[in-house]
Design a protein around this ligand. Structure first.
Ligand SMILES: C[S@@+](CC[C@H](N)C(=O)[O-])C[C@H]1O[C@@H](n2cnc3c(N)ncnc32)[C@H](O)[C@@H]1O
Length: 281
């Protein structure tokens, strides 16, 4: 059997399952489980994988056919330059989140050692990207979920981000632990999907934890908490950078404005959709 045959058989199996897949999915699965490179997919190249590798590959394709996310099957994903472990119970980091990290960096500038808190840290994607940019920063990564928290710890260690302290807690109450004016930056990608929209999400997204997606009746529950309790944790002149849903470019700025934030900006992602809100206090 050639690598091409395996590619074609996998494409047919995924097609028949009705799963939403791409050429990229098959290449990733083959690379991860069979060790193939893109050059090995030229016609006529025999498959050199061991039968245990082929068995693991078949099992992975079976899961993918059931709509299980590629990233969970592979167990790792990348965000900016970091390699992150992911699996059931933790949100898969999205490229869109880069917008909110880049805006935070552009506002913090060359501050050599900023004090930053990443609220709702999940896999630690945001905190780890900031730790790489600011090796002398003091970063707190706060996460409530008992399933996501072990991934956060593992990813901090895997990326040697010694300047991140992980805190397992609820941002609705955790604010009381920190004095007002404690931070130079508050950053967050909180759950922001309206509860009623959760059952309508794509099958792959529904495999991700509800706690990472569900932002309450109007999607704004945790933005209210952040505006009300976390803005005051910033020092005067401190910055906030929040990822938002594409339809929240008015509601989230309004919540920040009500709590006294200034210089509020809404930034779009590469698809032209509102994706991030930044402000100063
Ligand atoms: C949209 S995910 C973002 C994860 C990560 N920051 C990222 O960008 O990939 C939201 C995260 O918030 C966590 N979370 C939800 N409610 C929380 C709360 N009340 N306090 C702390 N974390 C919470 C979820 O478990 C999830 O990991």
């Amino acid at each position: 059997m050639t690598n091409r045959d395996i590619y074609n058989n996998t494409a047919a199996a995924l097609e028949n399952s009705g799963c939403d897949f791409s050429d990229y999915d098959i290449r990733c699965l083959m690379e991860h489980f069979l060790g193939t490179t893109r050059f090995d997919l030229e016609p006529g190249i025999p498959c050199k994988a061991h039968k245990t590798q082929l068995a693991a590959f078949d099992e992975a394709v079976r899961k993918r056919c059931q709509g299980f996310p590629l990233q969970y099957i592979i167990g790792k994903w990348s965000f900016m330059d970091a390699e992150l472990y992911v699996g059931e119970g933790v949100l898969i980091p999205r490229d869109d989140t880069e917008v909110c990290v880049r805006e935070c960096i552009s506002l913090l500038g060359d501050d050599p050692a900023p004090k930053i808190i990443d609220l709702c840290s999940g896999s630690g994607a945001i905190a780890i990207a900031l730790a790489a940019r600011y090796p002398k920063a003091d970063i707190i990564a706060a996460e409530l979920s008992g399933k996501a928290f072990p991934y956060l710890l593992k990813n901090i260690e895997h990326n040697h981000a010694e300047n991140i302290t992980a805190v397992n807690g609820d941002i609705r109450t955790l604010h009381s632990r920190y004095a007002d004016g404690s931070f130079d930056a508050v950053i967050s990608n909180p759950p922001y999907i309206c509860s009623r929209e959760i059952p309508l999400l794509q099958k792959e997204v529904q495999s991700e934890p509800v706690i990472a997606l569900d932002g309450g009746e109007d999607g704004l529950d945790l933005y209210r908490v952040i505006a009300r309790h976390w803005l005051r944790k910033l020092r005067p002149g401190g910055i906030i950078s929040l990822e938002i849903g594409e339809d929240q470019g008015k509601s989230v700025p309004a919540l920040l404005r009500e709590e006294g934030a200034r210089n509020i900006r809404v930034i779009k992602d590469i698809s032209g959709l509102d994706r991030c809100v930044t402000a100063l206090v």
